[in-house]
Design a protein around this ligand. Structure first.
Ligand SMILES: NC(=O)c1ccc[n+]([C@@H]2O[C@H](COP(=O)([O-])OP(=O)(O)OC[C@H]3O[C@@H](n4cnc5c(N)ncnc54)[C@H](O)[C@@H]3O)[C@@H](O)[C@H]2O)c1
Length: 553
């Protein structure tokens, strides 16, 4: 067997041998002992399938649950496939270490506490543990693959992992076990895909009762309040039948803070599933809506940032936000696609293109907004008498939003790819990101053949991308700097400092309304060129500085 097939390597570079066939029996014996002990103490056994961004933290929250007397009431097994790509999460979790990197200071101690002190959390690769479960929480991914850039309608839902997980669950759980799907799915999946899979598996095993299946979607937000966004946040749920509904309500009341954040119970899972898709499509749409006004502002001397601040004073419009260079994260770029796809492929309607106008357009706009940043960099350099081809360009911020290290589908990736195609020499700085896997591992990440690299030419150079941490060093000799994400350390940067570190005046591109007017003015005074998304007033400041210097001269 090849070396790479026998080991799973963690992001920190730690190598774990993937367990061999003969180790499964021993592993199950270990789990049986642990679950016997937990049951004897009156604990419920919960298996969380998929210990990724959501599952790992959800598993810890459930494991941290106590009853009215403050006694731990759940024993949790996080279960993960032992693939070379993902296996490392299991030994890491079993050491009490989080498999996900989180900015929330609550994550690491919570996982350590549950694994090492309370002993209410373990992880395994052996899915036979499902037979011990009173409840299974499904947190595996369900992706939406786009086949063209800027045309989400030709994409497709990729639910193989979810279907495989459900088949395994159906083969192994007891008849009274509650199965709770938390994965964001194409509406209809719980009732029309998952339930039939479980029913068939039960029938094959001679189990006569209906499987207890429910849906409740996650609203987790990566960042400083990761745990709170799961535990102390409103939830929506629904069961496939009355018994499942009762069980899911009980479970969520036990593990989440539903006292302060009341639970909404829907009649059917398709309603809970649709709520998630509409919630995220609404957000994607309001963000995409500002793209046209951002371009309007740039061409008509208007600062859209100030326009948004003015509008936001009105309480009914206070959540209006500027879209930046694209709308990334795992959810907003794909969730509307799941809805569009479900309408045709799960629910059987042929008129999807007649009824879905806004959601697909919004996603397409968001997916391609970053391309305009490349135009701004090109134009700013041109105004300084330089070409983009061969220019050293630093992008500040690789993640999809401020003060998090999550790079999935970030607007910055689109910017870097387009500028690389145009011949720029890209450098990257981000205080929160250690590895930009979308670039470094573009042959296999997010999956083989699915990198955004396929939409651009000359992307191979990006595999060598190193995310720099020392801004002063990263800026040395840069001809352009793109302020792509409003990370805290970028907010207070002084123009004199930036120009000094760069060693000469440079092009400054503001993608998120980071620069106040006095700093824009200062950059011009220092001989720089400034451009910004939605910031049409910059030219006015430039002219004022030019007039001022000619008067002085
Ligand atoms: N990450 C977020 O910010 C966020 C927010 C809200 C909702 N969600 C939703 O939550 C769901 C999970 O997202 P995530 O970010 O945790 O994804 P993820 O890719 O980080 O994690 C999924 C995990 O499931 C594992 N897995 C895949 N197939 C499996 C199988 N057959 N058996 C066991 N494990 C398996 C994968 O290896 C991976 O570790 C998605 O539907 C997503 O849309 C995510």
């Amino acid at each position: 067997m090849a070396e790479s097939q026998r080991y799973s390597v963690s992001p920190a570079g730690e190598k774990f041998p993937v367990p061999a066939e003969e180790e499964y029996v021993k592993e199950l014996e270990r789990l049986e002992k642990l679950t016997d002990g937990a049951r004897a103490e009156g604990k419920e056994i919960v298996v969380v399938m998929g210990v990724g961004f959501v599952g790992a933290v959800m598993a810890a929250i459930v494991a941290d649950t106590t009853d009215d007397r403050g006694k731990s009431s759940k024993f949790v097994i996080g279960c993960q496939r032992p693939s070379t790509r993902s296996y490392w999460k299991i030994p890491l979790l079993n050491k009490g270490l989080s498999p996900v990197k989180a900015e929330d200071p609550e994550v690491d101690p919570m996982i350590a506490r549950c694994v090492k002190e309370k002993k209410t959390l373990v992880a395994t690769y052996n899915a036979d543990c499902l037979k011990y479960a009173d409840c299974v929480v499904v947190d595996v991914q369900c992706d939406y693959t786009k086949n063209e850039l800027g045309n989400m309608k030709t994409g497709e839902t990729e639910m193989a992992a979810l279907e495989a997980t459900l088949k395994t669950i159906g083969q192994k759980i007891g008849p009274e076990c509650l199965v709770l799907i938390e994965t964001t799915v194409a509406p209809g999946t719980t009732e029309f895909v998952a339930w039939p899979i479980l029913k068939k598996a039960f029938a094959k095993r001679g189990i006569e009762s209906e499987p207890l299946l429910a849906h409740s979607y996650e609203r987790v937000m990566p960042g400083k309040e990761y745990v709170k966004s799961i535990r102390d946040f409103w939830r929506v749920c629904a069961g496939c039948n009355a018994a499942a509904r009762k069980r899911v309500e009980k479970f969520l009341h036990e593990v989440l803070n539903t006292k302060d954040f009341p639970l909404t119970v829907m009649d059917r899972p398709i309603e809970s599933e649709t709520a998630k898709i509409v919630e995220n499509s609404y957000r994607a749409t309001t963000l995409a809506f500002l793209n046209e006004w951002s371009l309007f502002a740039e061409r008509n001397g208007v600062d859209l940032i100030k326009v948004i601040q003015a509008i936001g004073m009105r309480p009914t419009h206070s959540n209006i936000i500027f879209p930046g260079p694209g709308i990334g994260g795992y959810c907003l770029p794909k969730d509307g696609g799941l809805g569009y796809w479900a309408y045709k492929h799960l629910l059987g309607f042929q008129d999807g293109d007649e009824i879905f106008k806004i959601t697909p357009t919004a996603i397409d706009i968001n997916d391609t907004r970053g391309l305009h940043v490349a135009e701004l960099v090109r134009d700013a350099l041109r105004n300084m008498g330089r070409y983009i081809a061969g220019a050293d360009v630093l992008i500040c911020g690789a993640s999809y939003r401020q003060d998090v290290g999550d790079t999935r589908y970030s607007g910055s990736e689109m910017v870097v790819r387009k500028l690389t195609e145009m011949g720029a020499e890209m450098r990257v700085h981000d205080p929160y990101v250690d590895h930009w896997y979308e670039l470094e591992s573009q042959d296999t990440y997010p999956a083989p053949g699915l990198s955004w690299a396929r939409f651009f030419r000359n992307q191979h150079v990006l595999k060598g991308t190193v995310v720099q941490k020392d801004l002063e060093h990263a800026l040395e000799g840069a001809e352009a700097v793109i302020l792509a994400v409003p990370h805290e350390p970028y907010l207070d940067l002084e123009p004199t400092e930036v120009v000094q570190w760069a060693g000469a005046p440079l092009a400054v591109i503001d993608c998120f309304g980071i620069l106040p007017d006095d700093k824009i003015r200062k950059y011009f005074e220092l001989g720089c060129e400034v451009k910004g998304l939605g910031r049409g007033h910059i030219n006015r400041i430039k002219k004022e500085v030019q007039v001022g210097s000619s008067v002085e001269g």
